[in-house]
Design a protein around this ligand. Sequence first.
Ligand SMILES: Cc1ncc(COP(=O)(O)O)c(C=O)c1O
Length: 437
Amino acid sequence: MTEQKQSLESYWMPFTANRVFKKNPRLLERAGGMYYYTPEGRQILDMVAGLWCCNAGHGHPRIVEAIQTQAAEMDYAPPFGFGHPAAFEIADMLAAITPEGMNHVFFTNSGSESVDTALKIALAYQKERGQPSRTRLIGRERGYHGVGFGGISVGGIPYNRKQFSNSMIPGVDHLPHTHLIDRNAYSRGLPEQGIELADELENILTLHDPSNVAAVIVEPIAGSAGVLIPPVGYLKRLRKICDKHDILLIFDEVITGFGRLGHNFAAQAFDVTPDIITSAKGLTSGTVPMGAVFVRDEIYTEFMAQPGAAIELFHGYTYSAHPLAVAACKATQQVYADEGLFQRAAEMAPVFEDALHSLKGEPNVIDIRNYGLMGAVEFAAIEGRPGARGAEIIQKCFEAGVMVRVTGDTIAFSPPLIVEESHIQQTVETLKTVLRA
Ligand SMILES: Cc1ncc(COP(=O)(O)O)c(C=O)c1O
């Protein structure tokens, strides 16, 4: 930074209280491994993997080198009607780690685009297979599926919908969320109570008739709403009901994909295979924007069975399979495999669980929950000021050198998969100090 004080005015920051931020900015200037560094040189332990995405840690030399090399070799290649070899290569690489029978991938640039792509594929697929009445979509309360009009419509976070309430896509219902804090507080892993919440799907289907429903979309673990973990058996029951009524099941794995739960995808962690998986974030370890939508082979085959030789799906992005993203993706996936990072996440999960649950009994803590390397601590809201306590806690943690994520009065953790026990202990000790103060 130059001596001159930089103006923060021009940049309209996303999902940020701009006026609050600009009075007391939290600036990050560089990163390496588990840490960010502020412009003043303060080291900040990253316990959120940036924004649930830097699963390989920051600045991994192999990923950096792959991006640099690609930038020099070929900056861009159009994906409509042209291709570059590495895009086909990583599609194969990725197909090898998806659940069996999901061997086709559509590339996007973000989680939001992956979600809108998945919804469009689901709707078009129903038409292609001769079921055009299947147009309704079912999401879930407290679900986050990005910020496209499709994503906010199936999403269930009230603030994200409020300013756009008249502009949602039509024909969407929502399942109830699964956060039963009264019955499941302090669950370790999957909560015991609440499988019956999946049966609400039957009620929605009865209301509209299943022949009018295209797809159900859920996050296997809702991340942005505060790490809401599905009750034992819940996802399997959703799958069963979708099968019974011939409805597509979409797992939004933008957070849970690529090792976060100690498996390639949540689908494998929970042994439930959806029809479509959306992903982004960990796909490139957050280094270059990229998303991917994986579909069951039957879906792809249906589109390819169209007569003639026309375009099968009128959808795509200028930057689908962008060469820099593809290079980053390939290097990231190789790092995950060579360094055994998904396995490492599975091994660290019990350490993470014990550390988080040691916060039980600290001031204002009302719930602690975890699965894999995703976890959350929920706090009692200050009366009349929901979210104020959470905001204060993350600020104090940042001042004490630890970055965590906040949603309302819930603090979430999703460290890079290279996290060590000492980092977890530092985080818990910092939180204890902050809470007691
Ligand atoms: C489950 C889920 N879906 C979609 C998105 C949107 O991703 P993006 O911000 O890359 O558009 C997110 C982002 O956090 C997410 O967690």
